[in-house]
Design a protein. Structure first.
Length: 313
C-alpha cells in the first residue's frame, strides 16, 4: 500500500496544475448539473431511435474527452500536441469503438425469437456483458497491428512485482465501508443488482437464483472490458501521445459513462477513475484495476441482494 501512496503522491506532484485541475472540476460540475437536471443520458440519448444512439453517445463522449483535453493542453502551454494527427485520430477512433459498443442494439433483434420474455431479457444481459470484451479484442488488435502499436496491447501485460496484488486488494477493502453505506440508499436497491433473481420466473427450466453466479461471472467480463478501454486504451494508450496529461480527459469520459447511474456512483467514478488511471500508467498494466473494479462491482451486487433479503425477512 505504501508503494501506491508513493505512486499517487509523485504523480500528483508532477502533474498538478491549478488551472487545468480547476477547469476539469468546473467542467464536470456543469456536466453533472446538466445531465441530472435534464437526464441527457437517460432520456435524450436513450430516447433516440436505436440506429442513432451510437452517434449520440459518440458526440457525448467526444464532448467529455476533448472538452477537457484541449483546454488543459492549452493551459499547460503545450499547444504543439494539438498539431499532432494522432491527438485527433486516436481518441476519435477509441471513442467511436466505445460508442458503437454502448449503442449496440442488434442483439435485441437476434434474440427476439426467444418466446419466454424473461429468458430473452436474461439472454440479452449475458450477451451485453460478454460482447464488449470480444468487440474490443477484435478492434484493438486491428489498431495495434495496423496503426497505433503498443507493446503490451494497452495494458494487458502483467505488472511486476506481484506483491502489488495485495495493495490492490487493500484498495478494495478500503472501499467496503462506503459500499455498505451506499447499499442503504433508496436508489441503490432500485439499480443493483442488474440481474434481480426475485423478478424472474423459471429461466430455461432453472431457478433464477441458481443462474445468478453464472450471470455474475459474465458481469465480471464486462468490467475487464471497461478497464481495458479506460485505463488501458484511453489511459496507457493515449499516454504515449499526451503523457500523464491523458488522465484528466480519461476521468471526464469515465464520469460520463456513469451518467445513467445513481449520482453518488457517478461522483465516485471520478475519484476511482483517477486513482486507477494513475496506477495503470505507473505500472503499465490494467490487471490490478480489474481486480479492484470487479471486486467492487460484485460486492455491490452482493450487498443489494443482502438488502433485498433484509427487507423481505
Amino acid at each position: 500500500m505504501k508503494s501506491f501512496i508513493i505512486h499517487l503522491r509523485e504523480f500528483i506532484r508532477q502533474d498538478f496544475h491549478l488551472s487545468s485541475y480547476l477547469y476539469t472540476f468546473f467542467f464536470l460540475l456543469i456536466s453533472f448539473i446538466l445531465n441530472y437536471t435534464f437526464e441527457i443520458e437517460d432520456k435524450v440519448i436513450d430516447g433516440l431511435p436505436q440506429e442513432y444512439r451510437s452517434l449520440g453517445y459518440f458526440l457525448f463522449y467526444i464532448t467529455a474527452w476533448y472538452g477537457v483535453a484541449v483546454p488543459i493542453v492549452w493551459m499547460r502551454k503545450e499547444q504543439s500536441v494539438l498539431h499532432s494527427k494522432v491527438f485527433w485520430m486516436l481518441p476519435i477512433s477509441l471513442l467511436a469503438i466505445l460508442s458503437l459498443d454502448v449503442g449496440f442494439y442488434y442483439h435485441r433483434i437476434w434474440l427476439k425469437g426467444i418466446e419466454n420474455f424473461y429468458e430473452e431479457v436474461f439472454a440479452r444481459k449475458i450477451f451485453v456483458n460478454l460482447f464488449s470484451m470480444c468487440f474490443y479484442a477484435l478492434l484493438f488488435y486491428g489498431l495495434n497491428k495496423w496503426w497505433w502499436k503498443n507493446q503490451n496491447t494497452y495494458g494487458l501485460g502483467l505488472f511486476k512485482p506481484t506483491g502489488q496484488w495485495k495493495a490492490y486488494a487493500m484498495l478494495w477493502l478500503l472501499m467496503l465501508p462506503l459500499l455498505v453505506w451506499a447499499s442503504f440508499q433508496e436508489d441503490f436497491i432500485d439499480y443493483y443488482p442488474e440481474f434481480k433473481p426475485w423478478r424472474y420466473q423459471l429461466l430455461f427450466g432453472l431457478d433464477p437464483w441458481w443462474l445468478s453466479p453464472a450471470y455474475e461471472l459474465c458481469y465480471a467480463f464486462d468490467f475487464l472490458a471497461v478497464e481495458w478501454m479506460f485505463r488501458g486504451a484511453l489511459g496507457i494508450g493515449l499516454a504515449l501521445v499526451l503523457g500523464r496529461h491523458a488522465i484528466l480527459p480519461m476521468v471526464s469520459c469515465y464520469a460520463y459513462l456513469h451518467f445513467g447511474k445513481p449520482m453518488a456512483e457517478a461522483i465516485g467514478s471520478i475519484f476511482g477513475g483517477y486513482i486507477l488511471g494513475v496506477l495503470a500508467i505507473r505500472t503499465g498494466s490494467i490487471w490490478g484495476g480489474c481486480l479492484v473494479h470487479i471486486g467492487i462491482a460484485l460486492s455491490m451486487d452482493a450487498l443489494a441482494i443482502f438488502q433485498f433479503w433484509r427487507r423481505e425477512s
